[in-house]
Design a protein around this ligand. Structure first.
Ligand code: SF4
Length: 372
């Protein structure tokens, strides 16, 4: 494995050394590998990229078995060849990674360690956090694995310099969570534990320092999503949006993703709840729970759409409050339209968004006169 020592990068298909595990080895997102010059490559559109995502790595993989996840235990394939949120995550040596963080620190906006459900996950996350904190001051989030945590461990994360905590709730109702994450062949995750960690993290880290990742398209209704966004924002917890994107061979590999129209409308509803204080009662739903009406003043809604902000990637902020974690291709393939934009949408993008949204039907522009 000498070659991998000089170029600490493994791509799918290469020979994999099972001793290359965390904390000394980590996987990083493909976009992060490009940003830190582990990989050469370009994004399909030019934009500043400074959000670095890393993932713990174990030969046994993640011990959870979520129906939709690329790393699920019972999904066919070797762990090292599996993809996570549909992109390849090259394996790199942690110390080399930290050296490169230092080299590129001026361009970095946010760092994030994704834990996996594994017995060493907490100890290794602390170790990697300490190595990073000793080298750079870029704000650091941890996307936690709730089964590995206690309140004391969450408190310890804060004392070692973690800035924000993310919880990958994904399924937005208890019933759906149970169906996709608990009642599955090797399922071990529990809705109650996820909320215990969200609640503890909110107490320990404070307002707008905790987020819950939510996935659109797992089988929930629009009403379910709006309900959860309202409850989280009431408690000053960020809801972050992801579009379900089927992982080939996962148990939901054939499940259709949300239509662009539904996705854009959910993006807009979430923005209005988070930024303009709208709540459940400000939205109308049909008998199936589909969003059919936004009862806010039309010019408020039109202003939000025109700003482009609702359609940008949701993620933890950078040092000045700017978008920090932008995860390009987290919710779509490079060949597909941007589901969320890691930059402010252009005028051309805005035209596509307007078509996708078909807003007139939602705010009753035929019933109201804008500006009244
Ligand atoms: S939004 Fe990005 S930085 Fe924040 S918890 Fe999620 S993956 Fe991590």
């Amino acid at each position: 494995m000498a070659a991998m020592k000089t170029l600490p990068l493994v791509v799918p298909g290469e020979v994999y050394d099972p001793s290359h595990v965390s904390p000394d080895w980590i996987r990083i997102s493909y976009a992060s590998a490009i940003a830190l010059r582990f990989k050469s490559g370009r994004f399909t559109r030019d934009f500043e990229f400074g959000g670095i995502n890393l993932l713990l790595n174990y030969s046994e993989g993640c011990k959870s078995d979520c129906a939709y996840c690329g790393l699920a235990r019972t999904r066919p394939g070797l762990y090292e060849e599996k993809s996570f949120i549909r992109v390849d995550w090259p394996l790199v040596e942690t110390d080399e990674f930290v050296r490169r963080l230092k080299t590129h620190e001026a361009r970095l906006t946010r760092l994030c360690i994704s834990m996996v459900t594994h017995g060493h996950s907490y100890k290794d996350t602390v170790d990697i956090t300490n190595r990073i904190r000793a080298a750079v001051s870029t704000p650091l989030s941890i996307l936690v694995a709730p089964p590995t945590l206690t309140r004391a461990r969450i408190e310890h994360f804060k004392t070692i310099g973690v800035d924000m905590i993310g919880v990958g709730l994904d399924a937005v109702t208890e019933e759906l969570f149970h169906k996709l994450r608990t009642d599955v062949p090797a399922g071990s995750l529990h809705w109650e534990k996820y909320w215990e960690v969200i609640n503890d993290a909110r107490d320990v880290f404070g307002p707008w320092k905790v987020n819950a990742h939510t996935l659109v398209g797992l089988g929930e209704t629009d009403r379910d999503l709006v309900d959860l966004f309202s409850r989280l924002c009431e408690r000053q917890i960020f809801p972050y949006l992801f579009s379900f994107n089927p992982e080939p061979d996962s148990r939901m590999g054939e499940h259709a993703k949300a239509s662009l129209r539904r996705w854009r409308r959910i993006q807009l509803a979430k923005h209005l709840i988070e930024m303009d204080g709208l709540r459940n009662d400000d939205f109308g739903f049909d008998a199936r729970g589909d969003l059919v009406e936004i009862k806010a003043p039309p010019d408020l809604v039109l202003r939000a759409v025109a700003s482009g902000v609702p359609f940008m990637t949701n993620g933890c902020p950078g040092p000045k409050g700017e978008p920090g974690c932008t995860r390009p291709y987290g919710s779509y393939r490079p060949s597909e339209p941007f589901r969320d934009f890691p930059f402010l949408p252009t005028k051309e993008d805005a035209k596509g968004i307007d078509l996708d949204l078909a807003l007139e039907g939602l705010i009753g522009l035929d019933r109201h006169k804008v500006g009244d």
